[in-house]
Design a protein around this ligand. Structure first.
Ligand code: GLC
Length: 554
C-alpha cells in the first residue's frame, strides 16, 4: 500500500525558532518525584539529585508543581506564601541551587503560579477574616452577604457549594476546596501582588511559569447563577465560557500585563496556560502573540483512542494555533488525570480525566501498548510537548489505593464518588531493590507504592531494549536529530483507522513518515521505507494494531 497525500501542507514550519516552540517539558510533581530525606515526601534536594536523569532522558525543561509554604489541603495548590519554600520541600537556597544546577545541565525551569486562589492560611485571608465585612482586606476576595444560603448556586469543582460562611455571617467564594478562597481579580491590589510574585521568581532566574486554572480568574459581572452542566464542560462537550466563572474575556488583560513583564527580562522567558477551555478556537486566544507562549492542549489528552477523533483534533489544533502564530502544546498526562497506560486500557472511551468509584479495572497490557503508540504520535507532532513524571516509565494509575491512604480533597468532598487524583501521584520507583524503590532514604512513601512498580523502576528499564523508558529516550533523540517538531507537516490518507503524518524539515535529515495503526489488522510498511523506531522493537515488516512507527522516507 502506498501513502497518498490528500492535502497541502497542513502546518508550515514556524518563522521563528524560540526554544519554547518545540520544547519537550517534563512535569515534576515534587511530593512524588524523589526525596532527599527519610520523610517519604519528595523535595527540592531530591529533584536536584535526579536532574541528570532528566538531562539523559533528553528533555529541554522542567516544570515544577508548587513547593511554596502551604497547609497542603490541595497538595500545595493552596499557597500560603508565594515568595518562599515550604520546609517540607526545602528552602529558598535549595530552590536557587536547583535552578543553577538545572541550567548547568542545559535544562530550563518553570515554576507554578496559582493566581485564582490563595490558601485560607495566606496572610491576606487571615487579615480579611480579622478585618470584617466591608473592609479593604475582604475586597481582595469574594466576600458577600446572603441571608438565605449561599449567594449563588455555583458548584465547587471538588464537590458541594462553592461558598462557605464565616462566623460573622458573610460567605466567601472558593471554586475548589474551602481552604482555597478565590481572589477578586477586579481589585488592583491583587493584580499588583502577582506582578511582584512573577518578578520575585524571574529575578531568581526561573525561565517561566505554568499558570494554574488560567481560565478562572475573572468572574462574570454580578456573579449570576450557573444553569449549565459542569461535567459537560469538563468533558469538552460544552464551551467553558457558558459558565460565569470560566473563560471570561477579561482574563486576557491579565496575561497581556504578565507577558509584558516577561518580555522585559532577557533570556526568552515563557509561560504556559493551564486553561481547560473549549472549543480549541477559544484556547488559541490564550496564545495570541501578546499573551501566553503555550497552552496545554487538553482536548488532545481527552481524545479517545480513535483515529478519526485524533486526526480531527490534530487538524483543529494546528489550524487554530497557526492562526495566531503559536505552537500547539501536546499533552497526554498530568498530576490531575488518569495515567495514559490505564486510560487507554478501558473497554469504553474514558473521556473524563478523573476516575469514578466503581469503574472496572482497565486492561493495562492494551493500555500500555496504546500509550506507547500515543507517545510516538505526540512526540512527532509539530510544536511543544509535555511529559508528566512516570509517563516515560509507563506507570499505570494506581486504582486500588485504600480509602484511608487517599489524600486528594476531591475524594472526601465528593463523598468518595470521585476516587480522586492520588492514583497518578504515587511516588516514583527508581531502584527495584532499594527501600521505597529508591524514592527516598527510607521505605516510607506518602502514598503506598504497588508491587507492580518493581519491574517499572528506572534501574530496571535503563538499557533494557523494549522498555518504555528506552523508547522515550530514543524518541527524544530522534525528534531532536530530525527536528521533527519544527518541520512542515502533512496529514496522509492511509485509511480511516490509521493516522499518517509526513514531516519535512529544512535540514538535510530527510523526510519522516509517522504511522499509528488503530485498525485491527496490520499495516504493511511500504518497500523503501526504513524503520527509524517502532513502539515495539519487534516491529519490522508491518505495523500491528495499536502500534506506531517512525519511518525514514527520503
Ligand atoms: C489545577 C491544578 C490542580 C488543582 C487545581 C486547583 O487544576 O492542576 O491540581 O487542584 O488547579 O488549584
Amino acid at each position: 500500500m502506498s501513502a497518498s497525500q490528500t492535502r497541502g501542507p497542513l502546518h508550515s514550519a514556524p518563522l521563528t525558532q524560540e526554544w519554547w516552540r518545540t520544547a519537550v517539558i517534563y512535569q515534576i510533581y515534587p511530593r512524588s518525584f524523589a526525596s532527599g530525606n527519610r520523610d517519604g515526601i519528595g523535595d527540592l534536594p531530591g529533584i536536584t539529585r535526579r536532574l541528570p536523569y532528566l538531562r539523559d532522558l533528553g528533555v529541554d525543561a522542567v516544570w515544577i508543581s508548587p513547593f511554596y509554604p502551604s497547609p497542603q489541603a490541595d497538595a500545595g495548590y493552596d499557597v500560603a506564601d508565594y515568595l518562599d519554600v515550604d520546609p517540607l520541600f526545602g528552602s529558598l537556597t535549595d530552590a536557587d541551587d536547583l535552578v543553577t544546577i538545572a541550567h548547568g545541565l542545559g535544562l530550563r525551569v518553570f515554576v507554578d503560579v496559582v493566581p485564582n486562589h490563595t490558601s485560607d492560611e495566606h496572610a491576606w485571608f487571615q487579615q480579611a477574616l480579622a478585618a470584617g465585612p466591608g473592609s479593604p482586606e475582604r475586597a481582595r476576595y469574594w466576600f458577600l452577604d446572603s441571608d438565605d444560603g449561599p449567594p449563588n448556586n455555583w458548584p465547587s469543582e471538588f464537590g458541594g457549594s462553592a461558598w462557605t460562611q464565616v462566623p460573622d455571617g458573610q460567605w466567601y467564594l472558593h471554586m475548589f476546596d474551602r481552604k482555597q478562597p478565590d481572589l477578586n481579580w477586579s481589585n488592583p491590589e491583587v493584580r499588583a501582588m502577582f506582578l511582584d510574585v512573577l518578578r520575585f521568581w524571574l529575578d531568581r532566574g526561573v525561565d517561566g511559569f505554568r499558570v494554574d486554572v488560567a481560565q478562572a480568574l475573572v468572574k462574570a459581572h454580578g456573579l449570576p447563577d450557573f444553569h449549565g452542566d459542569l461535567h459537560a464542560i469538563f468533558d469538552g462537550k460544552v464551551p467553558a465560557y457558558t459558565a460565569p466563572f470560566y473563560d471570561q474575556d477579561g482574563v486576557h488583560d491579565i496575561y497581556r500585563d504578565w507577558r509584558q513583564l516577561l518580555d522585559s527580562y532577557p533570556g526568552d522567558r515563557a509561560m504556559v496556560a493551564e486553561a481547560w477551555v473549549n472549543p480549541l478556537e477559544r484556547l488559541s486566544r490564550y496564545v495570541r502573540p501578546d499573551e501566553f507562549h503555550q497552552a496545554f492542549n487538553f482536548a488532545f489528552l481527552q481524545t479517545p483512542w480513535n483515529a478519526t477523533a485524533l486526526r480531527t483534533n490534530i487538524v483543529e489544533s494546528l489550524q487554530t494555533n497557526d492562526a495566531v502564530g503559536a505552537p500547539a502544546t501536546w499533552v497526554l498526562s498530568s498530576h490531575d488525570v488518569i495515567r495514559p497506560a490505564s486510560r487507554f486500557g478501558y473497554a469504553y472511551d474514558h473521556i473524563s480525566p478523573w476516575l469514578a468509584a466503581g469503574e472496572p479495572a482497565p486492561d493495562i497490557t492494551t493500555g500500555t501498548r496504546r500509550a506507547r503508540a500515543a507517545a510516538m504520535l505526540m512526540l512527532a507532532l509539530p510544536g511543544s510537548a509535555y511529559i508528566y513524571q512516570g509517563e516515560e516509565l509507563g506507570l499505570p494509575e494506581v486504582i486500588d489505593l485504600p480509602a484511608d491512604a487517599r489524600q486528594d480533597p476531591t475524594f472526601t468532598s465528593s463523598g468518595g464518588e470521585i476516587l480522586g487524583r492520588d492514583g497518578c501521584r504515587v511516588p516514583l520507583p527508581w531502584e527495584r531493590e532499594a527501600p521505597g524503590y529508591g524514592f527516598g532514604a527510607s521505605n516510607t512513601t506518602w502514598l503506598p507504592q504497588p508491587d507492580t512498580f518493581a519491574d517499572l523502576a528506572v534501574d530496571q528499564q535503563t538499557g533494557q531494549s523494549g522498555s518504555t523508558l528506552e523508547l522515550y529516550r530514543a524518541l527524544l533523540t530522534i525528534r531532536r536529530a530530525r527536528q521533527l517538531a519544527a518541520g512542515d507537516m502533512d496529514l496522509l490518507d492511509l485509511g480511516v483507522e490509521l493516522i499518517g503524518l509526513r514531516i519535512t524539515t529544512t535540514t538535510t535529515t530527510g523526510t519522516t513518515q509517522v504511522v499509528v495503526n488503530l485498525a485491527d489488522n496490520d499495516w504493511p510498511i511500504p518497500a523503501g521505507m526504513k524503520v527509524l523506531i517502532a513502539s515495539h522493537p519487534g516491529v519490522t515488516g508491518s505495523v500491528p494494531s495499536d502500534h506506531a512507527v517512525w519511518l525514514d522516507v527520503s
